[in-house]
Write a protein that binds this ligand. Sequence first.
Ligand code: NAD
Length: 321
Amino acid sequence: MIFSLGKKTFFAAGALGAGMLLSKRKNAGDVNNLQGDKAIVTGGAMGFGFCICKRLVREGVEVTIWDLNEEAMAKAKQELESMGGKIYTYKCDVSDRKRVEELCAQAKKDMGRVDILINNAGFFRPGVFHERPVEEAVRQMEVNMHAHFYTTHAVLPDMIARNHGYVVNVSSSAAFIGGLGWSTYCSSKSAVHGFTDVLRTEMLCLGKKGVKFISVHPGQVKTGMFEGVNLGIVGKLAPPMESHDTVAEGIVEDGLKRDKTIICRPKTMYIMWMIRGWVPNKILDRLVGLPSKDSLTAYRGRPGMAHTDPEAEKKAKAATA
Ligand SMILES: NC(=O)c1ccc[n+]([C@@H]2O[C@H](COP(=O)([O-])OP(=O)(O)OC[C@H]3O[C@@H](n4cnc5c(N)ncnc54)[C@H](O)[C@@H]3O)[C@@H](O)[C@H]2O)c1
């Protein structure tokens, strides 16, 4: 059945994949210089966000962190300042539109302007869709997606006026592929991908090429949010990463410095992205869908994760009481 796709299709997909994997990076002299830029990083207290902050500080970027976890944020600030960084931290639930707007104004007061917005804060709440309260799905959309509307809407007019800026949206490999228990998370991450992709097009159409959008698609990191997840065949193609910094490196080195508009890590995830568009669902269902029923059996996640989501916790309890 797989051969019904035709040899040409496979050669084209293979050539594209190889091209993307092997495409030459810009030379050191041609890369964007981030020195002196000002950034907001949501969810910057740990995981990817914190690794991104460290890399930005090394590039000479001033950083504002917004996070729900004040204790982790204080530790992050201390470490980043010990590296020589100029850091501002604010407690913020990124799904609170009013707070986001207030803090965008505050960031302009503190730093003068915002050149880089990293929409990274997010969480994963597993569950088979029809078995869970619908509030959980909505909450996941609020934090993982709606927050991107609020933050981007607040910073974009200034970026457009200066024809300069980067908006980096952390989606996931889950934007391309999912499994049993992943539906609401995948919805939020697909939405982030679509939003980013089309905003890039809008800026091109408006002649604002200096305002750049980067969509980020990490696979699984061994520890933290997806600890214990078993991705089956996807995990074989794109094995779990040892460190959150692999993704931070992709964002800063390939995205911000070299203008790549889509960042996949591990890099084999680029192939997954293409397979999603070319392979018929019947084949994907057998290869990825059905085996996914065991993906969450040993799921542990990040201990204490509930702190990121107290409202959903309350609503879920009330709905099931
Ligand atoms: N870890 C992975 O394997 C993986 C893979 C693909 C995509 N992602 C995505 O990457 C992003 C970061 O994930 P991570 O692994 O670094 O997670 P993490 O749990 O290590 O860190 C997330 C940070 O965001 C903060 N946060 C959560 N909800 C918030 C809210 N409502 N407002 C403000 N801050 C909030 C948390 O306090 C935490 O500091 C998320 O969007 C996640 O969906 C993660």
